[in-house]
Design a protein around this ligand. Structure first.
Ligand SMILES: *Cc1c(COP(=O)(O)O)cnc(C)c1O
Length: 547
């Protein structure tokens, strides 16, 4: 025997002994009855097992080791099955207590804190045999529940954080209960894709978009931008005579944009297009984040007819500025480019009676990103990509599982996994479908118009105050403001921290136009006028305390 081999053998043996010890430690927790009644293990085996336990290693025969492992394995499974059996016999009770807790949470969400202040979390290790659901809920309630912020409540104005309508919560529960792997619309395995296609159609109706788009659900606007830009990449490759999905990228791809969301930049990085390669177009004059159309055209001319991708904004996050879609659609008649619109939340301006003009002509884009977990008030993770159906082949080329013959011909059998990044996926469409059906066009029009009016109201209070000022006009549903006195710029962070510390409101910091600022985004169906006044009062109190 070579030295090397003996070392391997030693290690194997040590490992085996460790395994036995570990398994036997588990057995000790069982009562003797269970061992003796339910198994055929011999006295000799138990004696050996004790030896292992006492001495820390095993000296008996290998075949015994095998049967001991099988025996202990069975015991372990038996333990797991006990908990599972117990839980499954008590599903009604378990779901009842979770339901009660959920109702209590939702009914008191207005009083619940919007920010986490101090917390230390006890560390748990993976239990050997598990606690069962009820005890696990108790542990959750003791450990994590207190640090859950009311992010779907009426005064969580940070980032762009949507709530969850009651119908969407119901749909989300059922998504979990039915637990479909949503792929196809016909066949035997699952046809929940029918629900997804219908939800997309309802959403298109809500947003007044034509059915010329093929849509699907992904986890968020980031993945939607990624999906759209992936097809754009394939389109651009084709224009250059290449199949980028197969061949990879061999040259710089021209991507133009003025104020793309960070998630589009991230997508460029993921797609191998390079987050640094974006050709920066100027922003139009004045207090704006919208693309300067003249500069865009000048840059297009510089490309000498080379195809390119344009990433445009249907609502920037800082000041909710919209690119001029009418002007872009005119350029699209003259030049050869893929037009992508990131309308993650701004797209819902389409539901508004007063602000629909902001998205006029957006249906002429090649692809659009819309988030459902923001202004549509559907729980995370929910967003939609809309890509013109005419590019279906490019989309398949990009996403198909080409080496899995059991999936069939992607053109013959529509299957979502050939059209988007994920393969297995939950039925994300169901919460959206529920909410669209439950509240319809009028419901969403009201949510959107209300939120716009709260933003305008909040903007008015700020505009007319002695201590605060707007950093940009309120164009839709977001208010971007700062302390009025520019010499106090260094106090903006502290001010916001103190406001958030009250737990009554949550807003996020930003930087705009050379100013430290604060953003409040109104996208929650629960927000009302009194919330606007409550927050403004808090702001005044905190500001006074700073003086
Ligand atoms: C929020 C947002 C995103 C990213 O969306 P996720 O849902 O967080 O992935 C992209 N674009 C815009 C304009 C957004 O507001």
């Amino acid at each position: 025997m070579t030295f090397g081999a003996s070392v391997v053998q030693e290690n194997k043996k040590q490992k085996r002994d460790r395994n036995i010890k570990f398994l036997i430690t588990g057995v000790v927790f069982l009562n003797d009855d269970c061992i003796i009644k339910d198994t055929k293990i011999s006295k000799r085996a138990l004696w050996d097992a004790n030896c292992v336990l006492e001495r820390g290693f095993y000296t008996g025969s290998l075949s015994f080791y095998g049967s001991l492992l099988i025996f202990l394995n069975n015991i372990c499974h038996k333990i797991m099955n006990e908990q599972l059996k117990n839980d499954s016999a008590n599903v009604r009770h378990l779901l009842d207590i979770v339901k009660e807790q959920g109702i209590e949470y939702l009914n008191s969400i207005e009083e619940r804190s919007t920010s986490v202040v101090n917390h230390t979390l006890e560390k748990h290790t993976l239990p050997d045999s598990g606690y069962g659901t009820e005890e696990t809920l108790r542990i959750f309630n003791q450990k994590f529940e207190p640090v859950m912020v009311a992010s779907s409540g009426p005064r969580y104005w940070g980032f762009v954080t949507g709530g969850a309508t009651p119908a969407s919560v119901a749909g989300d529960w059922l998504t979990t209960i039915y637990d479909q792997n949503t792929q196809t619309m016909k066949g035997q395995g699952d046809i929940s894709g029918v629900i997804e296609v219908e939800a997309i159609r309802l959403l298109q109706e809500l947003l007044q978009l034509p059915e010329s788009f093929l849509g699907g659900f992904v986890t968020g606007a980031t993945m939607s931008n990624f999906t759209c830009l992936a097809v754009a990449r394939q389109w651009l490759g084709k224009a250059l005579g290449k199949d980028i999905a197969r061949e990879g990228i061999s040259e710089k791809i021209k991507v133009l944009g003025a104020t793309p969301h960070s998630s589009s930049i991230k997508s460029l990085s993921l797609l191998g297009l390079g987050s640094n390669n974006i050709i920066q177009i100027k922003i139009q004059e004045g207090n704006s984040e919208a693309i300067c159309i003249e500069d865009l055209e000048e840059n297009i001319l510089k490309l000498n007819g080379a195809p390119f991708i344009l990433i445009s904004s249907g609502g920037t996050v800082n000041t909710v500025d919209f690119d001029d879609f009418k002007a872009i659609s005119r350029l699209k008649e003259k030049y050869n480019f893929w037009w992508h619109i990131d309308a993650a939340f701004g797209g819902f301006a389409a539901c508004s009676t007063t602000h629909r003009h902001l998205v006029e002509n957006w249906e002429l884009a090649d692809s659009i990103t819309v988030d459902c977990h923001k202004w549509m008030n559907v729980p995370y993770e929910s967003a939609v990509f809309l890509i013109k159906e005419q590019y279906k082949i490019l989309q398949i080329e990009t996403f198909q599982n080409s080496n899995a013959p059991y999936l069939g011909d992607p053109l013959d059998n529509f299957n979502y996994l050939n059209f988007l990044p994920e393969n297995s996926r939950r039925l994300k469409a169901l919460p959206a479908w529920f909410s669209l059906m439950a509240y319809g066009k009028k419901g969403y029009q009201e949510i959107v118009d209300d939120n716009i009016s709260w933003a305008e109201k909040f903007g008015d209070l700020i505009e007319n105050s002695n201590d605060f000022k707007l950093l940009a006009p309120v164009r839709l549903n977001t208010v971007c403001f700062t302390l009025k006195d520019d010499t106090r710029q260094n106090e903006v962070d502290l001010f916001l921290e103190k406001v958030n510390d009250t737990g009554k409101v949550f807003m996020t910091p930003t930087f705009y136009n050379n100013h430290k600022g604060i953003r409040a985004a109104f996208v929650n169906w629960m927000t009302g006028e009194k919330d606007v006044h409550t927050v403004f009062e808090i702001m005044n109190e905190v500001f006074t305390s700073l003086k």
